[in-house]
Design a protein around this ligand. Structure first.
Ligand SMILES: CC(C)(COP(=O)(O)OP(=O)(O)OC[C@H]1O[C@@H](n2cnc3c(N)ncnc32)[C@H](O)[C@@H]1OP(=O)(O)O)[C@@H](O)C(=O)NCCC(=O)NCCS
Length: 188
C-alpha cells in the first residue's frame, strides 16, 4: 500500500540549464490539467503562469513514481502595504491518492516556505462554503474564517476567506501598522 513516505515532494523548477523548455512546459501543463479537473473554478493558463513564473518555489508538486499526484500553488504579496500576506491559490490531490496525508504535507511545506523565505505575517485562501473536507483540513492548521464572500465563484457558490495569523501584525488593523518600507522587495 502506498503511504505518504513513498511520495516525492519538490518545487517547480524553471531552470532551463537543468531541464529542457519542453519538459518544463509539460510539467506546467500537467499541473494546469490536474487543477482544472479538481477545482470547480476554471483558470486560464495565464493565471498558472502568473503564479508559477513569479513564485516557482511556491508551486509544490507531489509525485509517485513520476506520476503527478498532487500540487499546491501559492504566492506572496503585500496586503494593504502593511503586512506580507501569503496566499494559497490552488490545491488538489488525485482521487486515488487521497486520505494519505498528501494535502497536509503540501500545505505544511508551503506554509513553512512562505514564513522562512518571505517572512509572511499571515497566509490566506478562499474555499467553497460547502467544501467541508478542505475547511476541516485548513482549520486543523489554525486557519480561521474571516469573511463569507457572497457568490464568489462562477458556479455562484459562496466562499469563506480563511486566514492563518503568523505574526502579531496579522492581528492589528492594517491602518494602525507602519507601511512596509519597500513592499516589492519584501516579496520578490
Ligand atoms: C481537499 C483535498 C486537497 C484533500 O487531499 P488529501 O490528500 O486527501 O488530504 P489529506 O490526506 O492530507 O487529509 C488531510 C485532512 O483533510 C481532511 N479530510 C481529508 N479527507 C476527508 C474526508 N473524506 N472527509 C472529511 N475530511 C477529510 C481531514 O481533516 C484530514 O486530516 P485527518 O486525516 O487528520 O483527519 C482533496 O480532497 C482534493 O483534491 N479535493 C478537490 C480539490 C479541493 O477541494 N481543493 C481544496 C480547495 S482549494
Amino acid at each position: 500500500m502506498v503511504t505518504v513516505d513513498d511520495i516525492e515532494f519538490r518545487s517547480v523548477s524553471l531552470d532551463t540549464s537543468l531541464r529542457s523548455r519542453e519538459v518544463i512546459d509539460q510539467e506546467i501543463a500537467d499541473v494546469e490539467a490536474m487543477t482544472n479537473h479538481h477545482l470547480s473554478e476554471p483558470y486560464s493558463i495565464f493565471v498558472y503562469r502568473f503564479f508559477i513564473n513569479n513564485w516557482p518555489e511556491l508551486t509544490l508538486l507531489a509525485h509517485h513514481k513520476d506520476k503527478l499526484v498532487g500540487n499546491i500553488i501559492c504566492k506572496v504579496e503585500p496586503h494593504r502595504n502593511a503586512r506580507v500576506r501569503g496566499y494559497i491559490g490552488m490545491l488538489s490531490v488525485d482521487d486515488e491518492y487521497r486520505g494519505l496525508g498528501i494535502a497536509k504535507t503540501l500545505i505544511e511545506k508551503a506554509i513553512n516556505l512562505m514564513i522562512e523565505k518571505y517572512g509572511c505575517d499571515e497566509i490566506s485562501l478562499e474555499t467553497e462554503v460547502m467544501n467541508s473536507k478542505a475547511l476541516r483540513l485548513y482549520e486543523n492548521f489554525g486557519f480561521i474564517r474571516i469573511k463569507r464572500l457572497f457568490r464568489y465563484y462562477m458556479n455562484r457558490h459562496d466562499a469563506y476567506r480563511l486566514v492563518l495569523p503568523i505574526t502579531e501584525n496579522s492581528t492589528i488593523c492594517s491602518s494602525q501598522l507602519p507601511q512596509l518600507e519597500n513592499p516589492k522587495e519584501a516579496v520578490y
